[in-house]
Design a protein around this ligand. Structure first.
Ligand SMILES: [Zn+2]
Length: 93
């Protein structure tokens, strides 16, 4: 079974992008069935990605109201500001 570290560092983004092969997806599914922490991590990562995507389309990404906790929204907003001020806004999605 995948460890939490392996899931977070090596598989989470590919999983959300649909880039894992069937073995990778099954490994992630089995882990997520047993691990509440990683289920929450994947859910929050998915919401952050939506916020970052929205940040490139709306002046205030917090208005997108995708239901993330305030700390995650604040982090996403700060990331969006950093990208915008560097004038190379391209969400790492
Ligand atoms: Zn885990």
């Amino acid at each position: 079974m995948l460890t939490c570290r392996e899931l977070a560092h090596r598989h989470a983004s590919d999983y959300l992008d649909g880039q894992l092969g069937w073995r990778g997806r099954v490994g992630v599914w089995f882990h997520l069935m047993r691990c509440d922490y990683c289920r929450r991590f994947i859910a929050q990562l998915r919401k952050v990605r939506v916020l970052l995507r929205n940040a490139s389309q709306h002046p205030n990404p917090l208005q997108s109201n995708v239901g993330v906790d305030p700390a995650t929204e604040e982090l996403a907003y700060k990331l969006a500001e950093v990208y915008a001020t560097q004038k190379k806004f391209s969400p790492p999605l």
